[in-house]
Every structure is written in C-alpha cells, then in structure tokens.
Ligand binder design. Structure first.
Ligand SMILES: [Zn+2]
Length: 357
C-alpha cells in the first residue's frame, strides 16, 4: 500500500521515495508502471484527474510520469512514458509533480465543493456526481431542471464564499462520528476512517482529493451550460485560471462576431441579418418544430434605415422558417434582400415584398 503524501498537504510538489516494484509493459498496458513507497502524485479518483510530472533516478535520469492510477489493493501506479531503461526495485527516486496542473485541479475540485454546497443551500439540489475534464468540469444535480435564474443565483453565492476567503480544513473522523456530523454526502461504507474536507461554516463532505487552503485561492467560479442527463441536470463550470482562459476565448469569439456586424459586443445577438458573405444558417427562433430559418423570411423589427444610403425603411429582425413566418400573420413582412452600390461598395439592403396581410 502506497503512503499518500497528498493527504497531508496539497502543496507537496517534490518528494523523495524508493521504488518498491516495477511492472513492465504487458498485453493490457503498453506502458511500464512504477510503484513507490510513498508518493505525492494524485491518482485519478473521486472525479478528479491524475497529476503528471517526473521521477528522477539517482544518476540523474528523468522519467516522465504520464498517468497515475489507483490499484484496488491501495497501491498507486505511476505509468511512465516509454523510458530508455526501467528503474529497479530499491532505487531511490525524487518525484516532482507538475505544479500548474496540480493547482488547476485544486481550484476545480475545491470550487466544486463550494458550488455543490451553494446548490443545496439555495435550492436543495444535491450533487450526485462530479466530473473533471481537460477543458471544463461538471456536476450532475438530482433535479429535473435548473432555471437560468438558479444558475446565476448559485454562481453568485459560490463566488461570495470564494471572496470571503474562508479556511478549508482537512480532518479525519470515524464513520460513526461522521454520521453524526451531517455531511453533505456520506460515501459508501468502505472505510472506517473518513477524510473530511470542511469549508468553514459552509460545507462538510468526505473527500480524498486535493484542495486549496482558503476559498480565495479558487479565484472565481463561472457556470456555463446546463444539460438534461439520465440522473438529473448536468451543470458545466470552470474555476480559477480556467475561468479566465474561457472568458478570454469567449471575448475573442464575440469580438470577431461583433466586428462582422459592426456592432457592440452586447448587441451581437440582435444582429441576425445578412453578413457581407450572405446569410447565416440558423435555426428558426419562432418555430415549434425546429425549422431552419430562411433568407427573406424575416420578422420586422424596427421601421428605420439600418444602413445609410439604403431606401428600405425596414430593418432585418429575426430570420424565420416559412411555417413560422406564415403563422406570424399581420406582424410579418417578407423582406427581400437586394444589392446596391453605396460609394462604390456593395451593400445588401432590404425591401418589403408585399403589403401587410
Ligand atoms: Zn474534494
């Protein structure tokens, strides 16, 4: 059984150990695995993904640890990226884990505890599972649906707890004690001793993962899309540096879209009209049958000139499919796009095709 140094502290990035066993590549596993006496490497478990890093042998050969897994008997397997020469049992090694990847996992995992507790506190929605991916994380809530107001509410509450910079403590209790403490989620009865993670006066749950010391280190919690799944509703989220990177990517994409329409960022959703290259293929926003919006079938938005130099008094609004357009009755006008020359530049304008019905 490997001694787990990450249980004591999430900040141990370097450690010394001894090779206990080496499993050469086999038919099922193409990479060799090293088992150490103790390790700070976190193996994939409890929704959290594994650390990566290096094992440095005496004599200075560095071996890349590509994956870390938990064996059923309590040993931790460090899978190596095809080394030139395998270490031998008894060899002394220095382990170094990738600190940026570890910090990212600590932010996501601690953020999950806070977010799950916020959903319970505000809406009595318990978390049934947690998944940490390379790009985003998700929790599955035991509820048939979550409204956008609830998403915003849980996000606000979770970030308040982050800004309050509450201490996050680790302690060990017996199972009997844990049952009396009122944990958010009691794990299945496998161990007599439980490792508890406590966010000061906000959340108490049993967990073996790596967490931050204070909630401020989570940085921020950003909720993204929700999706219906078999066991309830999946909520995607990102924390810390991932939230910044995701916001940067969204901003770049939105800026490009805004430039395309010569619009302000917040006005992009209003611009569903033609682009220089023609029309956007989009689904019909009025349609009950998921129709595809068609050029020329547009609900009137405002009676104004939408670009200087055009005769049309109608501006393009929502593109609709034929069926939704026909249902719209007197409010809709069929607007036909036409090309015109304004100061030598081709501009697409709109004219009304028929009188109001
Ligand atoms: Zn945890």
């Amino acid at each position: 059984m490997t001694r787990r140094l990450y249980y004591d502290s999430s900040e141990i990035h370097e450690f010394d150990s001894v090779v206990e066993e080496v499993a050469p590549p086999s038919a099922e596993q193409s990479r060799p695995a090293v088992i150490l006496r103790e390790t700070a490497f976190y193996p994939t478990s409890g929704g959290q993904v594994h650390d990566t890093g290096w094992l440095t042998l005496e004599g200075a050969e560095r071996l890349r640890v590509a994956e870390v897994a938990d064996a059923e008997d309590g040993r931790i397997l460090h899978y190596l990226e095809a080394p030139a020469k395998l270490p031998v049992a008894g060899a002394r090694v220095r382990g170094s884990i990738d600190p940026e990847r570890r910090r990212d996992h600590m932010q996501q995992h601690s953020g999950q505890h806070v977010l799950s507790a916020a959903f319970v506190e505000l809406y009595h929605m318990p978390t049934v599972s947690f998944h940490m991916g390379e790009d985003y994380c998700s929790i599955d809530l035991a509820t048939p649906s979550v409204s956008s107001e609830q998403i915003a509410g849980a996000e606000k509450r979770a970030n308040e707890v982050v800004f309050e910079n509450r201490p996050v403590r680790i302690r060990y209790v017996s199972r009997a004690e844990a049952e009396k403490l009122g944990l958010r989620k009691l794990p299945p009865a496998e161990h007599d001793e439980l490792r508890l993670v406590e966010v000061d006066e906000f959340d108490l749950s049993a967990c073996g993962g790596t967490h931050v010391d204070t909630t401020g280190q989570i940085g921020s919690i950003l909720l993204r899309k929700t999706e219906k799944v078999r066991q309830g509703t999946r909520v995607e989220f990102v924390c810390g540096d991932r939230a910044v990177r995701m916001a940067r990517r969204d901003y770049s994409a939105l800026s490009e879209a805004a430039a395309l329409f010569s619009a302000k960022l917040w006005d992009v959703p209003e611009h569903r009209g033609p682009t220089e290259s023609g029309f956007r293929a989009d689904s019909c926003r009025r349609c009950r049958y998921g129709g595809v919006a068609q050029a020329g079938f547009v609900v009137r938005r405002r009676a104004r000139r939408w670009k200087p130099g055009l005769r049309a008094g109608w501006s393009p609004g929502e593109l609709q499919c034929r069926a939704a357009f026909a249902e719209g009755g007197g409010y809709n006008r069929k607007l036909i796009p036409y090309g015109t020359q304004v100061f030598g530049k081709k501009v697409i304008g709109w004219r009304m095709a028929s009188r109001p019905r």
